[in-house]
Design a protein around this ligand. Structure first.
Ligand code: GTP
Ligand code: MG
Length: 195
């Protein structure tokens, strides 16, 4: 994908603030700190378009990034971050749910998982939801640079089993730090956008 422009279009919490047009959106969902915002930066080849942090809980709003004036990436807050208050967690969960449930522009939810860790209960729920609503169930398995290539298959199988994924090809090892499999992720995104 040739990126001609990538910019933060809108930040929203309530649905009244979502962009009001018919542009397709691809959202990135996953646990806090797995590398959703970094993934967006890596895909569009911009170091700090989406803000990232070593500490979980960085993205706290729905951030809409307009790419090439053709489609949008939507960076979602992470789920499952234990260190924020229950009230705050509920607020984030409601925000994510409202977006995923009502957003007509949404054409795919990419599930972002840290390749090193077995998916947890929140991941299972998120994946079931993604499938239930008819999305493909693509998993980008981030931080692949943190384990050796020889370990990738083992970790892909763990993710596949835990999330009940039929087709293992849907799980793509990825690294923002080492720029591993950037083209592969673009390939699946391009297929979705061209529908
Ligand atoms: P929240 O917004 O808090 O939900 O987190 P996030 O999922 O957006 O994660 P973010 O992109 O902010 O990255 C979290 C941390 O992981 C940062 O310190 C990143 O530099 C690091 N990180 C992200 N992707 C990779 C990767 O592929 N490899 C390595 N080694 N580190 C990564
Ligand atoms: Mg983030």
């Amino acid at each position: 994908m040739k990126i001609t422009s990538a910019e933060l279009q809108t930040i929203a919490v309530d649905k009244e603030k979502y962009p009001n047009d018919n542009i397709f959106e691809i959202a990135f969902a996953g646990k806090s700190n797995v590398g959703k915002s970094s993934l967006i930066n890596t895909l569009v080849n911009r170091k700090s378009l989406a803000r990232t942090s070593g500490k979980p809980g960085k993205t706290q709003t729905l951030n809409f990034y307009n790419i090439n004036n053709e489609f949008r990436f939507v960076d979602l807050p992470g789920y499952g971050y234990a260190k924020v208050s229950k009230k705050e967690r509920k607020k984030w969960a409601d925000m994510i749910e409202e977006y995923l449930h009502y957003r007509k522009n949404l054409v795919e939810v990419i599930h972002v998982i840290d390749i090193r860790h077995e998916p947890g209960e929140h991941d299972k729920l998120m994946h079931e939801w993604i499938k239930y609503y008819g999305f493909n169930g693509i998993v980008v398995a981030t931080k692949a640079d943190k384990i050796s290539r020889g370990q990738w298959e083992k970790h892909r199988t763990i993710i596949q089993k835990k999330l009940n994924i039929e087709n293992k090809q849907l799980i793509i090892p990825f690294s923002s730090q080492k720029k591993i499999n950037v083209d592969e992720v673009w390939k699946v995104i391009e297929e979705i956008i061209e529908i």
